[in-house]
Design a protein around this ligand. Sequence first.
Ligand SMILES: N[C@@H](CCC(=O)N[C@@H](CS)C(=O)NCC(=O)O)C(=O)O
Length: 217
Amino acid sequence: MKLHGAIISPNVRKVVIACMVKGIDFESNMIIPGPVLKEPEFLKINPLGQIPALEDEGLIIGDSNVILQYLDEKYPEPPLLPSSPEERAKCRWLAEYAGAALFPCCGTMFREFFVNPSYFKQPTNQKAVDETVKEKFPPVLDYLEAQTPGNDYLFGEHITIADISIISMFITASYGGFSVDPNRWPTLAAYVGRVRSHPLIAKCLEREKEMIKMIIG
Ligand SMILES: N[C@@H](CCC(=O)N[C@@H](CS)C(=O)NCC(=O)O)C(=O)O
């Protein structure tokens, strides 16, 4: 199995975490977002020109949520979805929401406070940051505050694709210095802390340290 995409990309990290949970070995093509994703060679792998993409015995697919669900069906233990249809639907929805709503906010913090200044040596776009922090983030955090439980994970004692999707976005934002304000979003802040200290998430953070060091230079 070959995973295209660098681990510090939040959507790629989701796949790495899922593989770690399930004990799946994979070969990594540490490609980082940039013009290379739009070159014909990569477009043959993912015509959307995005990472992650997964190759597995002739199957080639893109989109982190599609990949996570494929891995869960192919390697059912331990499951990454809850068991009832209602909870499974909610779990998929929260994974989708993390990609559609949380990713743009977390991505801005990562790009403006980490990648641009440290790697591309470009100044932070303060206007983009202000807009994100003041306007875009709060309704997303309000929604997640109402969804997250006071203990365990979103669907009980085991992490699911929804937890993985949400925590991966917050990890990305944390590289840009962002953390959830515990005074305004106490349940969410505690949940993020809890998921982040899950042994496999902590191991994943260790795994990406080298790459982070490389970017900081
Ligand atoms: N819905 C996709 C989004 C993938 C995505 O946006 N990946 C980013 C990196 S995290 C990317 O490849 N960006 C480059 C681009 O869109 O040109 C998924 O969940 O995999």
